[in-house]
Write a protein that binds this ligand. Structure first.
Ligand code: AMP
Length: 223
């Protein structure tokens, strides 16, 4: 089963994807995490991707699409995968459909996480991530802080703020790109009949972990 997590920055896509991944054993494929790992390892891909990421721009499709195609073809993604941060525009979505078709698969479910706009910026500013690239657990210093300030509960590595979360120009650029290029995917997947919209909000007291449980129930029913 191929699941896509859709939603603006800070809505909890990674958190929901991580919970679903743990309970299904399907890999969470986060393009942002793959790029960040490459940046920390100073690979050629990382150096190239960072030119775009640090400014809040999308990494070009010519780099991103083959990277995802390769990841989806790996053994652990045979039964299913949760895509987190991909696709980000219509071209990526169309290419993904082609890639999956060639594999005899399709997009089965798109979980669209919707969060009030005023909460989104606050969520980016209060997000901290584990600096260990093999752990990369995400916390929110207001909503779900670590037990010890600045230290990852899971692996003990220091927590840090993402570079693109601490730069207001990059934040604004990412939100602009989301509105112009990514949000149209809601309609794209609605027309295909695979979209499920979930509101994640402090104001209505509905958090990512509740959404994840609902999705897992749905997945189990569909199996
Ligand atoms: P994320 O962790 O999903 O917020 O992604 C962080 C950054 O990685 C984005 O702002 C982009 O620069 C880059 N990125 C992640 N996914 C994609 C994608 N599907 N296409 C292009 N760039 C991406």
């Amino acid at each position: 089963m191929i699941i896509i997590m859709l939603g603006a920055q800070g809505t909890g896509k990674g958190t929901v994807a991580g919970i679903i991944s743990e309970q299904t054993n399907w890999p969470q494929i986060s393009t942002g995490d793959i790029f960040r790992k490459n940046i920390s390892e100073k690979t050629e891909l990382g150096i190239e991707a960072n030119k775009y990421m640090s400014k809040g721009n999308l990494v070009p499709d010519e780099i991103t699409i083959p990277m995802v195609a390769d990841r989806l073809s790996q053994e652990d993604a045979k039964q299913g995968a949760i895509l987190d941060g991909f696709p980000r525009n219509i071209k990526q979505a169309q290419k993904l459909d082609e890639i999956l078709k060639d594999m005899g698969k399709q997009v089965d479910l798109v979980v669209n996480l919707s969060t009030p706009r005023e909460e989104i910026i606050d969520r980016m500013l209060t997000r901290v991530v584990c600096s260990n690239p093999d752990c990369k657990t995400t916390y929110n210093t207001k909503l779900h802080p670590p037990k010890v300030e600045g230290v990852c509960d899971k692996c003990g590595a220091p927590l840090k703020q993402r570079e693109d979360d601490s730069n207001s120009e990059a934040i604004n650029r990412r939100l602009e790109i989301y509105e112009n290029q990514t949000a149209p995917l809601v309609e794209y997947y609605k027309e295909k009949g695979v979209l499920r919209t979930e509101t994640v909000s402090v104001s209505i007291n509905r958090m990512g972990k509740d959404v994840a449980q609902d999705i897992i129930q749905l997945v189990k029913k569909g199996e």
